[in-house]
Design a protein around this ligand. Structure first.
Ligand SMILES: *Cc1c(COP(=O)(O)O)cnc(C)c1O
Length: 396
């Protein structure tokens, strides 16, 4: 692997995506790693068993296939170690369980992925962890919210559904002055467009379900930690018994090979659609960090290397009683866009966003929020479908 690692020094992102994670010479020259399905692993003798002196010991602790994926993710994140968990949501809950104890306080961004809030308000609360939500645009001001028992600060940028940007560096610096762990859900940007650990994040979280998978056919989460936090994370994962199948790990590694070129295409098409939307009178606002009109644009430009394919827009509707009827008519008229949760696959999706859970960043007053995942279809076809939506909404 040393030769291969040397070859990748200074190489471009797509080159690295093609070659990280598996060394063909380690397995008969096959380009891809073997899919090792395993629970039991045999030991040659009792001594080896008693001393645990063997690389693989049991299926829950990893296989050559899951290791290949973890190694690839570590390369992309610059992390000391990565765990694989069964969903993106588990990639949030496992580190929270790893780093929080009864009596601790956690600060969670208000524009957080909703099921994270649900976990905090139910299970964390029951376990005696106190949670407060903070404004995504708080920046260094987070320091005022840190209490003596604050142990963890969770960030997500851009935020779910409304895409507020966060000054991750400023938040991490403030949190570290008080000994807090900084976690970040970095699913939107992937490690290609934002390298969270370089901005002071300790533990970076991804729903690999999204762009790493890329095909809407599997669920997985990855959690990567810097050296100071890796041991605690790994131990918690072992204690909780979390693991994924080698079949799924193989598929995610396969997805990573093309993630760079897919993301470029998602980025280009989504921006084209966002600009087109911005020019329309029946659109109140487009919530996309790469648009200069977006309030968090400067932060995005300063810290991020790109934008992915998911954003929202606010349909301009005068009468609040018409928000939902018009949004429903818009969505029901779409033919190319599927109505469905999740994103990151090759196909376009649309949903009406529910912002009822927000405590600080309330829903916009100008109209309903519609979230679009722009897939790999031709942009003209995507726009033609959206034209249908606007026409249907106007007729309500
Ligand atoms: C989808 C998503 C998750 C959860 O991923 P699943 O694999 O669907 O559980 C977590 N965080 C963000 C930001 C997401 O968009």
């Amino acid at each position: 692997m040393t030769d291969r690692k040397d070859m990748l020094v200074g190489a471009g992102t797509d080159t690295r995506l093609c070659h990280i994670g598996h060394d063909p010479s380690s397995f008969h020259g096959f380009v891809n790693p073997p899919v090792v399905r395993a629970s039991t692993v045999l030991f040659p003798d009792v001594h080896t068993m008693e001393t645990g002196q063997q690389k693989y010991t049991y299926g829950t602790h990893g296989t050559p296939t899951t290791d290949a994926l973890c190694e690839a993710i570590n390369e992309l994140e610059g992390s000391a170690g990565t765990i694989l968990v069964p969903s993106g949501l588990a990639a949030i809950t496992v580190p929270f369980l790893a780093f929080l104890s009864a009596g601790d306080h956690a600060l969670i961004v208000d524009s957080v992925y909703f099921p994270c809030r649900r976990f905090c308000d139910t299970i964390l609360k029951r376990l005696g962890v106190e949670v407060d939500y903070y404004d995504p645009e708080i920046g260094a001001g987070i320091e005022a919210l840190i209490k003596p028992n604050t142990r963890l600060v969770h960030t997500e940028a851009p935020g779910s559904n409304t895409f507020e940007m966060q000054d991750i560096r400023a938040i991490a610096d403030a949190a570290h002055r008080h000994g807090c762990v900084v976690t970040m859900d970095n699913t939107w940007a992937t490690p290609l467009y934002f390298k969270a650990l370089d901005f002071g994040v300790d533990v970076t979280i991804h729903a690999a379900t999204k762009y790493p998978s890329g095909h809407s056919d599997l669920l997985m989460g990855t959690v990567s930690a810097n050296a100071a936090h890796w041991k605690t994370l790994e131990e918690a994962n072992t204690n909780l018994g979390m693991c994924v199948s080698s079949d799924d790990a193989y598929q995610i590694l396969r997805g990573l090979r093309t993630m760079g070129i897919r993301l470029e295409h998602h980025q280009k098409s989504a921006l084209a659609v966002a600009r087109w939307l911005e020019g329309r009178d029946d659109v109140a606002r487009v919530l996309h960090p790469a648009l200069p009109s977006f309030p968090g644009h400067e932060l995005w430009k300063r810290d991020f290397k790109g934008a992915s394919g998911i954003f929202s827009f606010v349909l301009a509707v005068d009468d609040p009683d018409q928000f939902k009827p018009k949004a429903r008519a818009f969505l029901d008229s779409l033919r190319l866009f599927g109505l469905g949760y999740s994103w990151g696959g090759y196909e376009s999706l649309a949903v009406m966003v529910n912002l009822q859970d927000r405590k600080i960043r309330k829903a916009p007053s100008e109209g309903p929020v519609l979230r679009l995942q722009i897939g790999l279809e031709n942009v003209e076809d995507i726009i033609a479908d959206l034209e249908r939506g606007f026409k249907a909404a106007a007729e309500v």
